[in-house]
Ligand binder design. Structure first.
Ligand code: ZN
Length: 472
């Protein structure tokens, strides 16, 4: 005879996050394919098995047994935040004094010679430290745009770090081929011949790219910008991405200097150039996108090109910011990015989310900017769309188990009772209490559960000091 109670009891899970003060399962609004959005469950719980969300419930639902239980009592639980733009190696030159108040172009030209020292050890150590930093800010998957390749196998080194941590990683094979000799911005020592770029791009795809749902590692191709690669490399990279069905990434329309450069060099504006070289598609997502005019924005929307919005970087570079509310109205995928640690300095996606909120209010005026829930949507579902990962950025059953339990009982949140999502973003600074990637707890009780971190930090200090002393 069957035991009804046993039949109804959910199967045991690997991990259970229970008793959440407030659980955000999915941000809103509903998606284009009709998936319900705006699912929030006060008192909710999430169960994880084999790296996947296997059950979600409310306080009245039967809770599964689990090998490990995390109490989220009084805390906010959200999908893990997704980072759509970063240059992790730049954490070796954070707040680098000689260029701290420059324009984008003077900042780049001041730092390129320092970055020319990048080698495998520096790439691995900076990636390990950078990904650890992202975990503390509630980020569970990230891209990285590594476009300086003075030595070989630097992306392989970053991948070693991501795998050692268990981070969901989307490194992009960046490139620069137009050095000073050819009228470009970077010194010739950090640019590569086009054939070397394309061969290495193909090698990385063949060696590492995993297209399966729930993948922990995907490669994308990412010439640095219209002013640092040749037209031929832009075209050949787009063709290679098409052949291997991988995504494309670059900086676009970040600065007025870029408009002037493109008009003089290519005879057209950056977005026109982007289209001309075969990049106008939903395979591409671009960083910044500050200066498209109305017509160009409509074309980007028609293509389905995504935008990585990097508010802190925009404010520090001081050359405007993306029109995020308009982009969302037009249906462009808009995600959040922390950008390189040499321009943004801090790499917390929570901090970027808060900057996105305040900057949007400031730019759009009273009542017209993003809400806290809009920003959470940008940082989770919007970012996941940019990376071509619709299964990320939600906690629906079947999603990869990437989630964050946020502290809500800090001094800074005292008195915030009426809306946990507003409280999370308006109060703070917030750090993750628990960060789970693919079902594994990587931040535990506010501390990184990474045994190699002290050694990595020591190596990071040694390398970054050596770089900066050499630049004195
Ligand atoms: Zn960037």
């Amino acid at each position: 005879m069957r035991n009804e109670a046993a039949v109804n009891r959910p199967a045991p899970a690997d991990l259970l996050v229970k008793d959440a003060g407030h659980l955000v399962v999915a941000t809103g609004p509903a998606s284009d394919d009709g998936e319900e959005g705006g699912i929030e469950v006060p008192g909710g719980w999430v169960a994880v098995r084999d790296g996947t969300v296997c059950a979600v419930g409310g306080p009245a639902d039967p809770v599964p047994d689990a090998a490990r239980v995390v109490s989220a009592a009084g805390r906010l639980v959200t999908p893990g935040l997704v980072n759509t733009h970063h240059h992790i190696y730049q954490n070796l030159t954070r707040s680098f004094a000689p260029v701290v108040n420059g324009t984008l172009f003077t900042w780049l030209t001041g730092l390129y010679p320092v970055w020319a020292r990048l080698d495998e050890e520096a790439a691995e150590v900076s990636a390990y430290v950078g990904l650890a930093e992202l975990l503390l800010g509630g980020c569970t998957s990230s891209t990285d745009h590594l476009y300086v390749h003075p030595r070989p196998n630097l992306i392989d080194a970053e991948i070693r770090a991501a795998r050692a941590i268990g981070f969901r990683f989307h490194p992009t094979r960046g490139s620069m081929t137009r050095g000073r000799r050819d009228g470009g911005l970077p010194p010739d020592s950090v640019v590569q011949p086009p054939d070397a770029v394309l061969e290495d791009s193909e090698r990385l795809i063949r060696t590492y790219h995993d297209p399966s749902p729930g993948s922990m590692l995907r490669i994308a191709l990412a010439p640095c910008s219209p002013f640092s690669v040749t037209e031929e490399v832009m075209r050949d990279t787009a063709a290679l991405a098409e052949t291997h069905d991988v995504r494309l990434h670059t900086h676009l329309a970040e600065d007025h200097d870029e408009d002037a450069y493109c008009l003089e060099t290519y005879g057209c504006r950056p977005v026109e150039y982007f289209e001309r070289v075969g990049w106008g598609s939903d395979r591409a997502w671009v960083a910044h996108c500050v200066y498209p005019n109305d017509d160009e924005l409509a074309r980007l929307a028609a293509w389905g090109t995504g935008v990585a919005h990097c508010p802190s970087s925009n404010m520090l570079i001081a050359h405007g910011t993306a029109r995020v509310t308009r982009m969302r109205e037009l249906g462009l995928p808009v995600g959040l990015g922390c950008d390189g640690s040499a321009s943004t300095d801090a790499a917390s996606l929570w901090l970027e989310a808060r900057a996105a909120l305040t900057l949007s209010r400031f730019v759009n005026g009273p009542g017209a900017g993003l809400t806290s829930r809009d920003v959470l949507d940008v940082a989770t579902r919007g970012s996941a769309r940019c990376l071509g990962r619709p299964e990320l950025g939600t906690l629906r059953v079947g999603s990869p188990a990437d989630l964050v339990v946020w502290h809500m009982d800090d001094v800074a949140l005292a008195g915030a009772h009426t809306d946990p999502v507003e409280a999370w973003l308006r109060c703070g600074p917030a750090r993750a209490h628990t960060t789970v990637v693919n079902g594994r707890v990587l931040v535990d009780g506010g501390e990184l559960a990474l045994p190699a971190l002290p050694d990595m930090l020591a190596a990071h200090r040694r390398i970054s000091r050596a770089w900066q002393h050499a630049a004195d």
